[in-house]
Design a protein around this ligand. Sequence first.
Ligand SMILES: C[S@@+](CC[C@H](N)C(=O)[O-])C[C@H]1O[C@@H](n2cnc3c(N)ncnc32)[C@H](O)[C@@H]1O
Length: 267
Amino acid sequence: MSGPTEPEFSGPDRVRLAQSFGATAAAYELGRPEYPDEALTFWDDCGAFERDNVILDLAAGTGKLTRLLPMICNLHAVEPLAQMRAEFSRAVPDVEVLDGTAEQIPFPPGTFDAVLVGQAFHWFDHQVALDEIARVLKPGGGVGMIWNEDDVDAAPWLADVVDEKRATAASTVIGEHPVVEIIDANSGFGPAETFECRWEHLTSVEGVLADMLSRSYVSVLPPDERLTVLTRTRQAIERHLGSDVETISYPYRTTTIWSPLVAATPA
Ligand SMILES: C[S@@+](CC[C@H](N)C(=O)[O-])C[C@H]1O[C@@H](n2cnc3c(N)ncnc32)[C@H](O)[C@@H]1O
């Protein structure tokens, strides 16, 4: 299988897990990374950030992506969970965030030059969402997607933490989706281009634990099991980096995708 993949969850789990972010919105904001500059440059080179372009951050969460977007553009955000929208409004007060989903975007047809999706396409009903994104794009617009993934080979401490994540996620993840193939299968979009880069997010033990807690498959656990996962994660970090480590460089591999809207063929 070539190209980036995303986790695939079984049907009922996808809905249950997608809603888990509400309960851990503050941990999400504390622990999750933003995105690297090179990824934003890639989208810029694809034409996403021309002056006055109208841009939607779809599934905006707490605004980790929105806050990086250039203010020369006209920025909008949509996010279905109220707790995430509350964190968003604290972190990115200059952008209004509306209630809505990828399957029902609360904007009229032809509104946006770009619709961007950070770390969220795997939660969507893919083809319904792609049709809906195509509906709200202007001719000449495009969709961008981005994922940070643990760069597991880059640091021995991270390998142990990722083992913990994989063991905890095992009951919910049932496979992987090839994202580029999913986009290319939708007649509304042209061939997807991808860009990959590696970078490090500076964080702390509390940051790594908050990141772990905000993972959907951790936050839905019963409290005692959640505590066990967090305790083992802290122990793994301390085993490698010592108990008084202050700053942790967390290595990520980031995949960024851009796919242009295909012009409608005249009847
Ligand atoms: C991992 S978070 C990503 C948040 C943000 N985009 C970021 O880059 O940090 C996934 C987000 O997708 C949202 N979400 C889940 N299902 C969705 C759907 N069907 N439509 C829109 N957003 C959805 C969740 O509420 C959550 O805020």
